[in-house]
Design a protein. Structure first.
Length: 119
């Protein structure tokens, strides 16, 4: 999924990697140890390891409980050379029957992220 932001790539990257920012739009709590993020939502937790981290450009996680090692969650950040807007492309995996729910979840999450980043 692709989302447009007015916030700079640096601000967006900060909101993807900083505990104080992640709890404002993504999770209830997060604990980061080197390359492992433990996310908490309503009493449950999910652990992810960072596969790729390029500052202001890309962040790729692999959920440790994912059914396949080929599945990941990726945030790819770029800037339009024409409009100057920041483009965030999210790659996530789900079962076919969960696709619409997953899209709605990301739409909702991105609304929160836009509020927090100023657009």
């Amino acid at each position: 999924m692709e989302f447009i932001f007015r916030a700079s790539p640096t601000i967006l990257y900060t909101f993807l990697t900083t505990p104080a920012c992640l709890v404002r739009w993504f999770c209830d709590e997060v604990d980061i140890h080197v390359n492992t993020y433990t996310f908490f939502w309503s009493g449950s937790e999910e652990v992810a390891e960072i596969l790729e981290d390029i500052e202001d450009e890309r962040l790729r996680f692999r959920w440790l409980e994912a059914p396949s090692k080929d599945e990941y969650l990726e945030f790819d950040i770029s800037q339009s050379p024409v409009t100057g807007e920041t483009i965030l492309v999210i790659t996530d995996f789900c079962d076919e029957d969960e696709l619409e729910d997953q899209k709605q979840l990301w739409e909702s999450q991105m609304q929160e992220l836009r509020k927090e980043t100023g657009g």
